[in-house]
Design a binder for this molecule. Sequence first.
Ligand code: HEM
Length: 132
Amino acid sequence: MNHSTDRPVFLNLLRIRQSAMALLSIFHRISGILMVLALPALVYLLGLSLRDAQGFAQAVNLLQHPVARFVLLLLGWALAHHMLAGIRFMLLDVDVGITRAAARNSAWLVLLVGLAVLVSLFVFYWLPGVLS
Ligand code: HEM
């Protein structure tokens, strides 16, 4: 049997240096799944907040818990990243930005804007809530 010498030795994803495009794609899937998993809790909170004044106050109270704020912070990042990466994917589908360099640049742009959203939410939303 003919064994090629340049075959991959292992497929440990943590040891393979991922490109920006691969990271964007992995985070796109993770963010989509995060948002789907959050839907029941968000629908419950919406229902609670619309029930009556007491329910609204209860929902506000629940959302002030540091863990709830952390989940909302993650969801804020997930929505921003997923939306931008999704728009990028759809542009690629219609051959916009399809060259290797353009695709790499747009992947970095989406990753960095997502990171900027995450840091802004941490500084302006999560920290003030925890420190007050
Ligand atoms: C805000 C605008 C959004 C845009 C532009 C968008 C765009 C996209 C696109 C283009 C895909 C297919 C990606 C591919 O070809 O692999 C996708 C997948 C997906 N989206 Fe969205 N989406 C949006 C919002 C959402 C929301 C709000 C949720 C959840 C509540 C969601 C959940 C998912 C999931 C679970 C997948 C499958 C992920 C995967 O299998 O990799 N998306 N989205």
